[in-house]
Design a protein around this ligand. Structure first.
Ligand code: BES
Ligand code: MN
Ligand code: ZN
Length: 523
């Protein structure tokens, strides 16, 4: 799919209106501007739209549309209130980018695809007054590509009959920014954003593909093979895999305890990205990205009820996010050393499985009483986090489908953010504001530590009914020794969607990928 910025010349050229069946023109319209939005003289030929708007008394509330077939296929798309659309980001003064832009692009291109369109031309209004900063233009460009590439994503490799009505991919996306983009510099910034958006979209869709694979296809060892493949194709990335014996020998018993109940043996995955730097090799900041990699979560002996077990193939979403980021990181080439760390295993209940009441000793020496084998993610992450700490990195960010409690607290679309460093937490939440992913901080409270105290070991692996996302995060904190900055993102809500939301179709969403790439891009 190609993205181009077009000017008045394109709209005035008759040749761009031929083959009406293969083209669509998409008009974003703000509430209150439905009678004036076609005032630009190069849009004269769309006068027929005015008539329909009057006849239908159309009010362009957010998401409301009119589709017209003649003389050219045209979609009028309501953008709601202008002030809201061009709202400044709460944590990023000066950056104007509302996620509605992605939703607009995504929803209207879905209509285009239904109509087998080859070329879609967007007319985006209002940019004269709301001229963006350089960075704002860049993010806007990225958001446009993301809306398209993420919104049109499909996972259909397992259908045996290739659907004859299968819609073709849209080839060209043209964007006309009303009144604003007539300088080269403006266009350059948007185009740079297009490139970044292609990268974030590929990474996200790669993570989605992987997380959508079922547990009989993606096992810990096949996940490790994916990691190896990423390193093989990338001279800046190394991959190290530990098998069962090494996991035991290194003392990753918290991780190994979870793995014991499955026929599919665990793998510990460690990817390292080091940029190729010209000249002197300065000491680089080191970041570790840790992903929860449970290839299927049955709950173990504390077995989940059937209803709660479906879609638990998505319990590897954090790991898939890490792999998506690592696969594309050399294209971003941040001046950072980045480690991707995944303790991959399957949580199953066979005769070798870990029991409730078992006591295990984690990599950092702390002992854990297992109260519930379904609280397995924090056990695997405990050892993965200690491993990251031992690498002497400056920052650790983990992504995990950790708790149902987080979904109860924040809803299905918002991730919970916790950690030991306010500055890092703030940076991640800011990055999420630009990426459009919803993230919100949950408060740690030392007064809650006693919920994790055990009569027989240093800790137990579950708290009580209340604040489960927080106690899970506080459990993780026990394995982040020293003064490394650490941030935990509980993606249990948005990682997988049964219904689809915004520009996320049904299934895995690739949650976390974009926010991390936007964060890394700032380095
Ligand atoms: N993988 C689940 C959490 C989860 C739930 C992710 C729903 C996505 C959607 C995790 O391993 C789990 O089972 N957590 C338990 C913890 C409890 C036993 C303390 C939970 O949330 O119920
Ligand atoms: Mn579980
Ligand atoms: Zn789990």
């Amino acid at each position: 799919m190609e993205f181009n910025i077009i000017d008045e010349g394109f709209l005035e050229n008759e040749k761009n209106f031929k083959n009406g069946l293969e083209r669509i023109f998409i008009f974003g319209v703000f509430e209150g501007e439905e009678k004036t939005f076609l005032k630009n003289k190069s849009l004269k030929k769309f006068d027929f739209i005015n008539k329909i708007i009057k006849e239908k008394d159309f009010v362009p509330k957010n998401g409301k549309t009119i589709l017209l077939q003649h003389p050219v296929l045209s979609l009028v798309f309501g953008l709601g209130e202008k002030e809201k659309f061009f709202q400044e980001l709460r944590w990023m003064p000066g950056i104007i980018l509302h996620d509605s832009l992605r939703v607009f692009i995504s929803a209207s291109l879905r209509v285009a695809k239904e109509n087998n369109i080859k070329e879609a031309t967007f007319i985006i209004p209002g940019f004269k007054e709301k001229f963006h900063s350089e960075k704002g233009l860049f993010y806007m460009g990225a958001g446009i590509v993301e809306g398209a590439q993420l919104g049109l994503y499909e996972f259909k490799k397992y259908f045996s009959k290739k659907n004859e009505k299968n819609k073709k991919d849209i080839e060209n996306i043209n964007v006309f920014f009303e009144g604003a983009v007539n300088t080269n510099k403006t266009a350059k910034n948007i185009e740079k954003g297009f490139e970044f958006g292609k990268l974030t979209s590929r990474a996200t869709n790669f993570a989605r593909d992987l997380a959508n694979e079922p547990g009989n296809v993606i096992t810990p060892s096949s996940l490790a093979n994916v990691a190896k493949g990423i390193a093989d194709k990338n001279k800046n990335i190394k991959c190290e895999i530990f098998g069962e014996k090494q996991i035991i020998n290194k003392g990753m018993n918290a991780f190994y305890g979870v793995a014991r109940g499955s026929k599919n043996p665990p793998r510990f995955i460690h990817l390292t990205y080091k940029p190729a730097l010209k000249g002197k090799n300065k000491t680089l900041k080191k970041i570790a990205l840790v992903g929860k990699g449970i290839t299927f979560d049955s709950g173990g002996l504390s077995l989940k009820p059937a209803d709660y077990m479906t879609n638990m193939k998505s319990d590897k979403s954090g790991a898939c996010a890490v792999l998506g980021i690592m696969k594309y990181i050399s294209e971003l080439s941040p001046r950072l050393e980045v480690h991707g760390i995944i303790a991959a295993c399957e949580n199953m209940p066979d005769g070798g499985a870990q029991r409730p009441d078992d006591i295990v000793k984690a990599l950092n020496g702390k002992t854990i009483e297992i109260e519930n084998t379904d609280a397995e993610g924090r056990l695997t992450l405990a050892d993965a986090l200690s491993f990251a700490v031992n690498l002497r990195v400056d920052e650790i960010i983990d992504m995990a489908t950790l708790t149902g409690a987080c979904v109860v607290a924040l809803g299905e679309y918002t991730s919970g953010v916790m950690g030991n460093n306010n500055d890092l937490i703030e940076k991640i939440i800011k990055a999420s504001g630009i990426s459009g992913e919803r993230m919100w901080e949950l408060p740690f409270d030392d007064n809650m530590k006693e919920k994790l105290s055990s009569p027989v070991a240093d800790l137990k692996n579950v708290g009580n009914r209340y604040g489960g996302a927080i106690t899970a995060g506080m459990f993780l904190q026990e394995f982040v020794q020293g003064n490394v900055k650490w941030c935990h993102i509980d993606i249990a809500g948005p990682a997988f969607t049964k219904t689809g939301f915004l520009y996320n179709p049904k299934g895995a969403t690739g949650a976390g990928v974009r926010t991390m790439l936007y964060y890394l891009e700032q380095h």
